[in-house]
Design a protein around this ligand. Structure first.
Ligand code: AMP
Length: 281
């Protein structure tokens, strides 16, 4: 595995891979890698002859007062993990490499970005779209791998890639979970033991929502209320940011659950904002 920090080094490595007739896969991450990230790398390895991963904690997707400075970082373990999982090229750029001058150009996909997480994280998806567009331009991958855990991100990125004619296939892989159902996340490291014990309530609440929908297709509001009640009783230290039952394509709220719906939620514990979702189709 090659580890590089410069854009030119990426371009020449990609050129060589292409010259050898390889399909190029890209897995963009912010590091502190866990099995969720590695599942994307495994998927890329299955599909592509040459796999790159990037680790970049992107400042432009963090709002004021968010955790950019303290975001967990573990460069040595991440590098060793990528090596073990068969990554061909690991790109670890500095902030100066990605943003050598104040960026005057922003890639924005406002309609999809303003919903769900976008309401409490204004500007977040502009940061995501901009850095992903940059990575797509740097690597020009055939396929790029994202996790369903960040469902809205996958919808926004896929739409951005389509609207701007990036010749890339956006592949979305299933959420990888801990034994008790908690979606793996670098931010789980922030949780105290007591908060960690309560955090399994997020996936339980989503399982409850799915059972309700499958058994009787209740009104979306009833489903959201039941999810909130479960969170209030089982995760009393968490403050619910949102619970929404939405159309999985446009991410708008729905009233009925007799067609495929996305149940999505965000809960704030002191120090950690956790998200999870479930697609019920
Ligand atoms: P992050 O490092 O948090 O920006 O995540 C990088 C990529 O890994 C994103 O596409 C995430 O959706 C994906 N990812 C994060 N956690 C999980 C998980 N538990 N299961 C599957 N994919 C994940």
């Amino acid at each position: 595995m090659k580890v590089v920090t410069g854009i030119d080094e990426v371009r020449s490595a990609v050129k060589a891979a292409r010259a050898a007739g390889k399909l190029v896969g890209l897995v963009p991450t912010m590091g502190k890698l866990h099995e969720g990230h590695y599942s994307l790398i495994d998927a890329a390895r299955r599909d592509c002859g040459w796999v790159a991963a990037s680790i970049f904690v992107n400042p432009t997707q963090f709002g004021p007062g968010e955790d950019f400075e303290t975001y967990p970082r573990s460069p040595e373990q991440d590098e060793a993990g990528c090596r073990r999982r068969g990554v061909d090229l690991l790109f670890v750029p500095s902030v100066e490499t990605m943003y050598p001058r104040p960026g005057l150009t922003v890639v924005s996909s406002p309609t999809l970005s303003d919903r769900l997480c976008g309401r409490s994280r204004p500007g977040h998806f502009d940061g995501v779209c901009t850095v992903v567009a940059k990575l797509f331009n740097i690597f020009q991958p055939d396929r790029a791998y994202f996790g369903a855990k960040d469902f809205q991100q996958s919808v926004v990125v896929r739409r951005m890639a389509g609207d701007l004619d990036f010749p890339v296939e956006v592949v979305v892989c299933p959420t990888v979970r801990e034994a008790d159902g908690l979606a793996m996340s670098s931010r789980n490291a922030y949780l105290s033991p007591a908060q960690r014990a309560q955090a399994s309530a997020l996936s339980e609440a989503l399982a409850l929502a799915e059972r309700m929908i499958r058994s009787s297709h209740p009104a979306a509001r009833e489903v959201a209320d039941a999810v909130r009640r479960h969170l209030a009783s089982q995760a009393p230290d968490g403050i619910v940011d949102y619970v929404e039952v939405a159309d999985p394509v446009g991410l708008t709220n729905v009233r009925s659950t007799d067609r495929p719906v996305l149940v999505a939620l965000a809960v704030r514990f002191a120090g950690a904002r956790l998200i999870d979702n479930r697609l019920v189709d």
